[in-house]
Ligand binder design. Structure first.
Ligand SMILES: Cc1cc2nc3c(=O)[nH]c(=O)nc-3n(C[C@H](O)[C@H](O)[C@H](O)COP(=O)(O)O)c2cc1C
Length: 320
């Protein structure tokens, strides 16, 4: 982060009209963005475009600054191309992040991911989100309600209809013009996922981000026994399952952001063909390094060419 925030890393940007799209009034130069949790404090917010990314999501930001969990809290499972993390929303708090965003001039769209402060009771989650939103409202192309991190006790219960509706309506009362997304856990049952969809439809959310990390440990080769959320390759099929379900059930105007286990252009191709409008990457970037995004986009364009696909729109949902 230190090196990236100084602009010392660059990767050749892949520009191609087939990668561009306009969604909810925002122009995206390409469909691959940085997932939340990498630039929690917007320290490198003006720099992600020079690594070839099409948008970046900052946060999770909480209303108050917090330390997160004690270290160690991030573990590599190299054999599995995976990570386990229990960071616990370490961040500088909404007003500090807002000051940084106010000074930045990012060339790509910025998502702002909001979460509940650990010390705030679950019943006050809506008011806590509202406080962050008041600070950060001017600075996001879109906003995310993150109710899916496994590392804040009880947080994922906020995905239930009542609490989620309360958070959404509270934010909409403050400013109903901002595109709002909810980010979901891959560990939701189909019924719980349908409940989220119902809230998303009723409240006219802009879209859904699928998915956060899993608490499951299926199919791992590594013997790393640590609590936290698992990301990377082992999450690919699981998150794709939820994405497919959403694509099949959500109404057409709902924007889907696919995240979980993207390492190659083929992975990006799969998620878009399942119905994603945009995708995000975290673990693949950790293992692949600074040239990851342009490599993935070049591979993706080759696949489009090979399969005679002329646009993202044509590809989207083609395997449904
Ligand atoms: C170290 C680490 C920290 C993360 N922090 C956050 C976070 O603060 N907020 C959030 O919504 N997701 C967070 N995530 C989840 C990612 O945004 C993403 O949903 C997940 O890692 C799956 O994508 P991937 O397989 O490409 O890593 C974090 C992931 C990792 C590995």
């Amino acid at each position: 982060m230190w090196v990236i925030s100084r602009g010392w890393l660059n990767a050749p940007t892949v520009r191609d009209s087939r990668l561009e799209q306009e969604l909810f009034g925002v122009r995206f130069p390409n469909p691959l963005g940085l997932a939340a949790g990498f630039d929690k404090n917007a320290e490198a917010v003006g720099k992600w475009q020079s690594l070839g990314l099409g948008f970046s999501e900052i946060g999770t930001v909480t209303s108050r600054a917090q330390q997160g969990n004690p270290r160690p809290r991030l573990f590599r499972l190299a054999e599995d191309r995976a990570l386990i993390n229990r960071m616990g929303f370490n961040n500088e708090g909404a007003s500090a992040v807002a000051r940084r965003l106010a000074a930045a001039k990012p060339a790509i769209p910025i998502g702002v991911n909001l979460g509940k402060t650990r010390d705030v009771p679950l019943e006050q989650a809506a008011a806590d989100h509202a406080e962050s939103f008041r600070h950060l409202r001017p600075f996001g192309s879109y906003f995310v309600i993150n109710v899916s991190s496994p590392n804040t006790p009880g947080l994922r219960s906020l995905q239930e209809k009542g609490p989620l509706t309360e958070i959404v309506t509270t934010l909409k009362e403050i400013d109903g013009t901002k595109p709002l997304f909810v980010k979901i856990s891959p560990d939701l049952s189909t019924e719980a996922l349908d409940d989220v969809l119902e809230v998303a439809h009723d409240q006219r959310l802009t879209g859904i981000i699928a998915t956060n990390t899993t608490i499951g440990r299926k199919g791992l080769k590594s013997n790393v026994k640590q609590d936290g959320g698992l990301s990377g390759r082992p999450l690919f099929d699981l998150s794709n399952g939820l994405l497919s379900h959403l694509a099949a059930s959500a109404d057409k105007r709902m924007v889907l952001i696919g995240v979980g286990g993207i390492f190659s252009g083929g992975d990006l191709y799969t998620k878009i063909s399942l119905g994603a409008h945009l995708c995000q990457i975290y673990t693949g970037f950790v293992y692949g390094g600074p040239k990851t995004a342009p490599r993935i986009l070049r591979e993706f364009l080759e696949l489009m060419h090979k399969n005679d696909v002329a646009s993202l729109e044509q590809l989207r949902g083609s395997t449904r």
